[in-house]
Design a protein around this ligand. Sequence first.
Ligand code: PBG
Length: 328
Amino acid sequence: MITMTFDRHRRLRANAGIRSLVREHRVTVNDLIYPMFVEEGLKGTSEITSMPGVMRYGLDEFRKEIVRLSSLGIPGIILFGIPSEKDELSSSAYADKGIVQEAVRAAKSENPDLVVMTDVCLCEYNPAGHCGLVRDGKIVNDDSVQLIAKTALSHAQAGADIVAPSDMMDGRVQRIREVLDDNQLTDVSILSYAVKYSSAFYGPFREAADSTPAFGDRKSYQMDPANAREALREAESDVMEGADMLMVKPALSYLDVIHRIRETFTQPVATYNVSAEYSMVKAAAKAGWIDERAIVMEMMTSFKRAGADIILTYHAPDVARWLREENA
Ligand code: PBG
């Protein structure tokens, strides 16, 4: 008889029961946040061409969708607004009756237990389509921060649980924390888009949110995709400034970065499975080239394995349904 000296890894893969027992990471509905687009003055919904299944909602339809999402057990949403008017100072971003502010109130009135996050940024609200204030063709930092903080405050005053600045200006987390605290909103959390890359994967979102830059690009404020050490410095600053949670965005091409942030910080880590990651799956599925459900679940699992606690994804309603089927 030959003595075999190698390890028998296949033993723990022998059947579904054993595989389930030794599984290291699981995706649950509790991990999911659904990004939603609300448009001022829209009647009904309009589908985003490049993101099949993803809608812009008018407020009435938005309310109905909140009820549907809640019945799926999805714990939270993140809101993006499309205002009916844009101006240089992005004033609709921090208007008390702004579309995001109204949507926050609507969501909370439909389901007070839903975790309502807001994306805090200016790019949907000014004609330049940039995330900050533009002066002489440049995106100025410190004055942008004031407007970003003002926007976060108005979202929080409308009832948002969590504000999520995505503008990538320096010092905004600190300013937001100060402004919230000065207004007795000490319980509102900050989920910082701490590590946000200048990515081609945001293409379809810009159609969805009508936020394509009118000139130039976002490379002077969003991170270079080639850099990973820099991600740790960005995250460190945000933690020092008072971020409660850290986000890495995009997700799929940045699993290494999610992992590094997870290993370095103790704060909860979120990742944003962005628009083009969704569109690519949808397009390939439509062509019959991939098994959509299996691909999406594998992606979600990879985010958990990399170290994400929270997954922002347009697939959230599908994932919630599939998980429910599996558990039935
Ligand atoms: C706003 C913002 C963007 C996304 C989230 N917040 C676009 C951008 O920075 O250009 C992208 C989300 C997605 O692609 O799904 N600054």
